[in-house]
Design a protein around this ligand. Structure first.
Ligand code: TIU
Length: 202
């Protein structure tokens, strides 16, 4: 199970997602569903990898092209109510408490939207001998979809948990699920948390 960026910065008021002008309540609403899926994976003894989109405190891994986006009055690295926006070690960069990683679950910090870009994600997958990846997290069309596309090109089978992912834009989530699964699974597949748990328990 790959849980993408379930961080306070995206899910809670006062974080990076809110700084971009988004209503974050849609994202907070999926936390119990992601937790249910996570519990299923933990009970099945299957590997879990958590990712966090965040930058080094000196912002040396933050390209100007990324910093100079959004509402420029509050940018990545600037101080907000949960610490500096999207900076490693700050409260906002933490994974929400309900999904706190257990010891033994990898936590991958990534400077980009996709988890493969400038990280050791592929090594983590290879060390665990993983071929089939089930994705949850936020946001569907940004970090989740980018990572699924990168994984698909690297030869992994990808499945998106449709009710354990969310976007600030409902139409973007729907379009993402459609475009991933179109053309016989051009990027991968999609299934509900209930269906995935049913398969894990079978
Ligand atoms: N803004 C938005 O929809 N997403 C991000 O910036 N990052 C992730 O998706 N994690």
């Amino acid at each position: 199970m790959i849980i993408i960026d379930m961080q306070r910065d995206f899910v809670e008021p006062g974080g990076f997602g809110a700084s971009l002008g988004n209503d974050v309540s849609r994202l907070g609403a999926i936390v119990p569903t992601v937790a249910r899926l996570l519990t299923g994976f933990r009970h099945a003894g299957l590997p879990v990898i958590h990712t966090r989109e965040c930058h080094k405190p000196d912002l040396s891994d933050l390209p100007d092209a990324k910093r100079n986006r959004g509402t420029l009055d509050l940018r990545i690295g600037d101080p907000g109510p949960m610490g500096r926006l999207l900076v490693a070690g700050e409260a906002g960069a933490d994974i929400v408490p309900e999904l706190k990683p257990l010891p033994g679950e990898a936590v991958l910090d990534k400077p980009g939207k996709g988890a493969f870009c400038r990280t050791n994600f592929e090594e983590l997958l290879q060390e665990r001998d993983l071929q089939q990846l089930i994705f949850a997290g936020v946001t569907t069309e940004v970090c989740v979809q980018t990572t699924m596309r990168e994984a698909n090109d690297r030869g992994y089978d990808c499945l998106l948990a449709t009710d354990a992912t969310e976007s600030y834009f409902p139409s973007f989530k729907a379009a993402t699920i459609e475009m991933i699964t179109a053309q016989g699974g051009i990027i991968g597949w999609a299934a509900s948390t209930d269906k995935i748990l049913e398969a894990l328990n079978a």
